[in-house]
Design a protein around this ligand. Structure first.
Ligand code: FAD
Ligand code: FES
Length: 239
């Protein structure tokens, strides 16, 4: 679906992470958890950014300034209208009961916020491990829906180390994870249950036509991250 998104706020959460609130003419409602929008940033290729929170016509994204596209996004002012495709992809299935462990690393953290909210609204007991290099963000928001544990690589906040260093302290029925590939590998290895991983690949079209985003599956075939993912069952994909 083609979206016209009006910027209502755009503010820095850390030195390079920005939270943008948008309103959509369309009701994006529920069912968008773990999906992404593909935003026109005034360059040839759109940029994929995950949905952090969505409630009817309101949408929040949180992005890190990496290069020209995200730098351009960070300069947008309230009232400007952005063009995007979305919600795209296949997101996180939300369990109906039991215990969930959410493990997010860096800029992989944002899509887990709507996940936490929807799991909590189903009565699921949610524990979240948030891993940062140094500067945390969205911690209070996660605390509204879950028991939060912060881990930083430099030890400036929470426990010093990696998210996997604290995973063993919890019991859970399913895990949900998003972050850098090396972190996803380590989380999958350490996990004591099946779970879901959200993968990041460079994207072209975002809608399954160009094959820019393929990843290997455990059965020897391949999947398109933009349409078959970005969320996959942990055993389904080769990392
Ligand atoms: C499904 C999905 C969800 C994502 N969600 C978020 C999010 O919520 N927040 C966030 O900050 N980032 C997210 N990303 C990553 C984000 O798309 C890239 O950081 C962004 O495209 C960089 O664009 P740029 O123009 O600023 O940087 P560039 O100057 O183009 O590149 C800088 C870096 O970004 C990488 N990159 C460039 N284009 C893409 C692309 N199309 N897909 C993936 N990586 C790319 C490059 O490999 C390079 O390392 C997501 C990526 C995917 C695939
Ligand atoms: S980005 Fe084109 S097929 Fe996935």
């Amino acid at each position: 679906m083609m979206l016209s998104l009006e910027v209502t706020s755009n503010r820095f959460l850390t030195s390079d992470v920005v939270q943008m609130e948008l309103t959509s003419e369309q009701d994006l409602g529920r069912g968008s958890v773990g999906k992404f929008i593909h935003i026109d940033v005034g360059r040839t290729l759109r940029r994929p950014i995950s949905i952090c929170e969505v409630d009817g016509h309101s949408l929040t994204i949180v992005y890190r300034i990496e290069g020209t596209g995200t730098a351009w996004l960070s300069e947008r002012q309230s009232g400007e209208v952005l063009n995007a495709l979305g919600p795209l992809g296949s997101g996180y299935p939300i369990m109906k009961s039991g215990k969930a462990l959410l493990v997010g690393g860096g800029i992989g953290i944002p899509p887990l916020l709507q996940t936490a909210k929807e799991l909590a609204s189903n009565g699921v007991q949610v524990t979240t491990i948030l891993g940062f290099r140094s500067e945390p963000f969205l911690v209070e928001e996660f605390a509204t829906y879950s028991d939060v544990h912060v881990v930083t690589e430099d030890g400036s906040h929470g426990t010093k180390g990696f998210v996997t260093d604290v995973m063993d302290a919890f019991t859970y029925d399913t895990f949900y994870s998003c972050g850098p590939r090396a972190m996803l590998q380590a989380v999958k290895q350490r996990a004591t249950s099946p779970g879901y991983l959200s993968l990041e690949e460079r994207m072209g079209c975002g809608v399954g036509a160009c094959l820019a985003c393929v990843c290997d599956k455990a059965d020897g075939t391949y999947a398109k991250v933009c349409t078959d993912g970005p969320v996959f069952e942990s055993e389904e994909v080769v990392l």
